[in-house]
Ligand binder design. Structure first.
Ligand code: MG
Length: 403
């Protein structure tokens, strides 16, 4: 095949990213390249345990490094995102999903003139609290906890991991991350009623988190909605025609692709159209969030914190598109009989293993068993199971319950 230079591509290459996002480019930047309402590392509330500054790594960069070096981060490799690896090596895991969220987060915050180093640390840590087997594992754990009048919340679990469970440094428990990263871990996707969460009082619960943290949840949506379309197509549960008929945004890009590459293979046309969807969503997130900051006359991080509503946002049209994609994925993918079958099996594994350990706490690893003297067994069992990888959970189930 002869490769012809494509005039559109050449034009895009000559156009710097900031100029493409005209609205976000209008916010003035300081000498450090950041807008006035970026969360600057010099203004960090710091770490719980004081540590000397590093010679050449900033505090958020150190946080990023600690997260990457943690056990909980490494375990993401063997945690399901949507599809378990039993069906294909090509599907996302929690780890590769996390890396996709991270690169989009860096792009979006960089284009907005926000602190991309903070965003990178937040994105890398955003899913470390997820239990094995994706949403199914999470829902099963939550059901088990509700029997004891409690809930499982992956954000709060992630905070427990970085504050307590990671035992790595001699000078302090946990990873001793900066305040803004810990705050972002719990607040990136939800707000908390201070009356109900007194133990979280230090996290400024009446305020919004910095914009870098607010963006993580929406970047996560960009990443997983596009990735789930991709994995669903790869799994042959979704077809090109099915997606184009039911997802108008995808159809719009596929029409462009079909005009430009009429003879390209199905998979390549699919990839090109999906790339268009991802770029449209990320660009909209940049423009809409910059517009919200401008509209509310936000000038400092304190303004971001004091704003009545979150500033990170998609436009109404893209909100409708995303809602449509989610609805499509739910009907056609998440509730597909083959996915559903696996889900029932997973729920059974998680629930029976939970019951087994609550009934037989001495079968827990000794460190966990000792903790059952201080906290209720169901809480310790929940922590233990939430930390497992997919294959470790299967192994434990086989060891304890397979007859
Ligand atoms: Mg995620």
């Amino acid at each position: 095949m002869k490769l012809m230079p494509n005039p559109t591509v050449l034009k895009l290459k000559r156009t710097p990213p900031a100029a493409r996002h005209s609205m976000s480019a209008s916010a003035p930047r300081s000498a450090d390249g950041l807008v006035s309402y970026a969360m600057r590392v010099e203004r960090s509330q710091g770490r719980r345990y004081r540590e000397p500054a590093h010679a050449y790594r900033g505090e958020y960069v150190r946080d990023r490094d600690r997260i990457i070096h943690s056990r909980a981060f490494r375990r993401l490799e063997d945690k399901t995102q949507v599809f378990s690896r039993r069906f294909s090596d090509h599907f996302r895991t929690r780890l590769t999903h996390t890396l996709e969220v991270t690169q989009i987060a860096r792009t979006v915050t960089g284009a907005l003139g926000l602190n991309a180093e903070l965003a990178e640390a937040l994105a890398l840590v955003h899913d470390v609290g997820h239990p094995p087997f994706g949403h199914t594992g999470e829902a099963a754990l939550d059901r088990m906890m509700q029997r004891y009048g409690e809930r499982f919340d992956h954000n709060l679990h992630a905070l427990r991991i970085v504050e307590r469970f990671e035992q790595k440094y001699a000078g302090f428990p946990g990873l001793n991350l900066t305040f803004e990263v810990r705050e972002g871990i719990i607040k990136h996707s939800r707000d908390y009623d201070p009356a109900l969460y007194r133990e979280l009082a230090e996290y400024r619960l009446l305020e919004r988190p910095p914009l870098e943290a607010q963006l993580i949840d929406l970047v996560d949506e960009v990443a997983y909605n596009t990735a789930d379309l991709d994995d669903g197509y790869e799994a042959r549960l979704l077809t090109l025609d099915m997606i184009r008929e039911e997802v108008p945004l995808f159809d719009r890009f596929l029409r462009q692709v079909d005009r430009r590459y009429p003879d390209a293979a199905h998979k390549l046309r699919f990839n090109e159209a999906l790339k268009g969807v991802l770029d449209a969503l990320a660009t909209d997130l940049i423009d809409s969030s910059a517009a919200a900051a401008r509209k509310q006359d936000v000038r400092t991080v304190d303004d971001v914190r004091a704003s009545a509503r979150r500033l990170a946002a998609f436009s109404p049209a893209r909100v409708a598109d995303i809602r449509g994609i989610k609805d499509f994925l739910r009907r056609r993918l998440y509730e597909h009989p083959s996915v559903h079958r696996e889900r029932r099996e997973i729920s059974r594994l998680v629930e029976s293993l939970f019951d087994y350990f609550v009934g037989n706490p001495r079968r827990l690893p000794s460190a966990y068993y000792l903790k059952t003297r201080e906290e209720p067994a169901y809480r310790i069992v929940c922590d233990y199971i939430a930390g497992m990888t997919d294959s470790y959970l299967r192994q434990q189930w086989a060891r304890c319950l397979a007859q």
